[in-house]
Design a protein around this ligand. Sequence first.
Ligand SMILES: Cc1cc2nc3c(=O)[nH]c(=O)nc-3n(C[C@H](O)[C@H](O)[C@H](O)COP(=O)(O)OP(=O)(O)OC[C@H]3O[C@@H](n4cnc5c(N)ncnc54)[C@H](O)[C@@H]3O)c2cc1C
Length: 315
Amino acid sequence: MNNESWDVIIVGGGAAGLNAALVLARARRRVVVVDGGEPRNRFAPHMHGFLSRDGMSPLELLEIGRAEVRGYGAEIITGRAVRAAGESGAFTVELDDGRMLAGRRLVIATGLRDELPDLPGLAEQWGRGAVICPYCDGWESRDSRIGVLATTALSQHQAAMLRQWSADVTFFGPLTAELDDETRAGLEARGVRILPADATAVLADDEGRLTGVTLDDGATLELDRLFLGPRLVANDELLRQLGAARGETMMGEWVTSDSVGLTSVPGVWVAGNSAMSNSLVVMAAASGATVATQINADLVMDDTRRALKATEAHV
Ligand SMILES: Cc1cc2nc3c(=O)[nH]c(=O)nc-3n(C[C@H](O)[C@H](O)[C@H](O)COP(=O)(O)OP(=O)(O)OC[C@H]3O[C@@H](n4cnc5c(N)ncnc54)[C@H](O)[C@@H]3O)c2cc1C
């Protein structure tokens, strides 16, 4: 087993992890990124809302990012980290091929998984005809027939928000029966159609474009775009192993961190969707850069302490 030693080990090479690596490698830190190659938005052909990158393929963004990071001497390993242990100054990360990495600081930028409802035809549409985020796909859905499937108590906010992109919004599913009178009246006053029927399948045409959903009352709802909120599951196995504290958020239980991404475990930072389940790509990248500057400052202090110790040992 080969023990490789780094200043910073970054697990996760999406926008968050790569931006952290870019800033740290430019600060001449020895950086390794371990990445499983499954960014959350890999299903989407285009990425929106990132200044100067609007409309770019999300995979192209990461390819460019990896080249930039490597250009400053960081290493990127394709693989999965399966175990993390240790303490600030002496962390170890084990990879799925048995390789061991040792690092002074750890960034967890492993993101999250979207668990879709079990609805025939939905997985095939995910990221294209069926989407989650109004800020990512609202503009592309403007003035079209939008369906919002009620999957959680937060779905009503999706329905209310999407009304600003289109006058043709249908909010449907059995959960709509649980709307309080005020919310229902507000949605209806803005022209949102509310249907209690549940979806039984997502429909597509011969070219694979979403055309609507079938409903359990036998009707077909014709749509151009379906919005829904999947169950968000943090890829937080390593954070659990390290004992990072967790707390309740609007999106469910998540690891807690301070405003610059430091978790309750000294030396372990989180960035991107690992820190905030609702972060967009530009926010994930920014949080990676923030974490990187914090870690570098922390390492500078550590370097000073070590230098002083070495000086004292010589007098
Ligand atoms: C369908 C869809 C469309 C979207 N469209 C947009 C959009 O248009 N604009 C926008 O701003 N946002 C969009 N988003 C949100 C966007 O996906 C996230 O903001 C972004 O991916 C967060 O970046 P991240 O680096 O935190 O995580 P990710 O991009 O998910 O990267 C995490 C990386 O960590 C890796 N990983 C996980 N566990 C391990 C492990 N144990 N070992 C090694 N590697 C691991 C994964 O393989 C992955 O490569 C969209 C999301 C979805 C679902």
